[in-house]
Design a protein around this ligand. Structure first.
Ligand code: ADP
Ligand code: MG
Ligand code: MG
Length: 249
């Protein structure tokens, strides 16, 4: 469960988030759509705890705990998972090694011991079963030379392994090809459960034909200006953002 109340944030001297209010109950998938430059990625970076962003007002609770006071590793331990539009490449580190490190970091922040190799192998096999992950891919360095679809497979596999309660996917501008689109939507849909919430940030209406959201929010100039059901995404695509922006002003 995620609760964002009157969130304001700036980068350098520029205010980007101007009072975001958003509550995502357990089990719901919410989509945030908005024009390029409206501040959607800034919202995901602030939730991730990136250093360059200064929160000037408001609060964010994850399962009742104050997210903004947590270090990034504590956020992961609290159940937050963020997938970004530009996946990082880690030359020299096999994808498998990276995944194990991510899982162990989460366990450590929760005060749990390291996972054994057999348990880890089993967890990867189970999580990867629906994702068509070939073992060759897991031996290659994370994201280095991966196709769009492979990057998404690695990302969804990481998500499935960490079993987050709150997933945030920023897919804006990423121009997913058909393969990547199917990987993301199949993987995400398989992870929809009664106690896991998701925030899907996109300006790609088509993604929402595959990951059907419970609620759609329109983002404009650093805040949510309208919320509705999945048909709102279709209306946005047909009518554009201009109408919503004038009602917000
Ligand atoms: P969106 O994801 O909706 O396209 P962003 O959150 O990426 O929007 O950007 C919101 C605004 O913040 C844009 O106007 C962008 O130019 C500005 N911005 C992003 N990063 C910086 C930065 N490092 N310094 C100053 N302005 C920035
Ligand atoms: Mg953008
Ligand atoms: Mg963005």
């Amino acid at each position: 469960m995620l609760e964002i109340r009157n969130l304001h944030a700036r980068i350098e001297d520029r205010e980007i988030l101007k009072g975001v209010n958003l509550v995502i109950p357990p089990g719901e998938v919410h989509a945030v759509m908005g024009r390029n430059g409206s501040g959607k990625s800034t919202l995901s970076y602030v939730l991730a705890g990136r250093e360059d962003y200064e929160v000037t007002e408001g609060e964010v609770l994850i399962n009742g705990e104050n997210l903004l006071e947590m270090e990034p590793d504590e956020r992961a331990a609290a159940g937050l998972f963020l997938a970004f539009q530009y996946p990082i490449e880690i030359p020299g580190v096999a994808t498998m090694t990276f995944l194990k490190a991510a899982l162990n970091a989460q366990r450590k922040a929760r005060g749990e011991g390291e996972i054994s190799t057999p348990d880890f192998m089993r967890a990867v096999r189970d999580a990867g079963a629906q994702l068509n992950i070939d073992s060759d891919m897991l031996k290659r360095p994370l994201n280095v030379g991966f196709s769009g679809g492979e990057k998404k497979r690695a990302e969804v596999l990481q998500m499935a392994l960490l079993q987050p309660t709150m997933c945030i996917l920023d897919e804006t501008d990423s121009g997913l090809d058909i393969d990547a689109l199917q990987v993301v939507s199949k993987g995400v849909n398989a992870l929809r459960t009664a106690n896991r919430s998701m925030l899907v940030i996109t300006h790609y209406q088509r993604l929402l034909n595959h990951i059907v959201p419970d609620v759609v929010h329109v983002f404009s100039d650093g805040r949510i200006v309208e919320s509705g059901d999945k048909d709102l995404a279709l209306r946005l695509e047909a009518e554009g953002y201009a109408d919503f922006e004038t009602t917000a002003a």
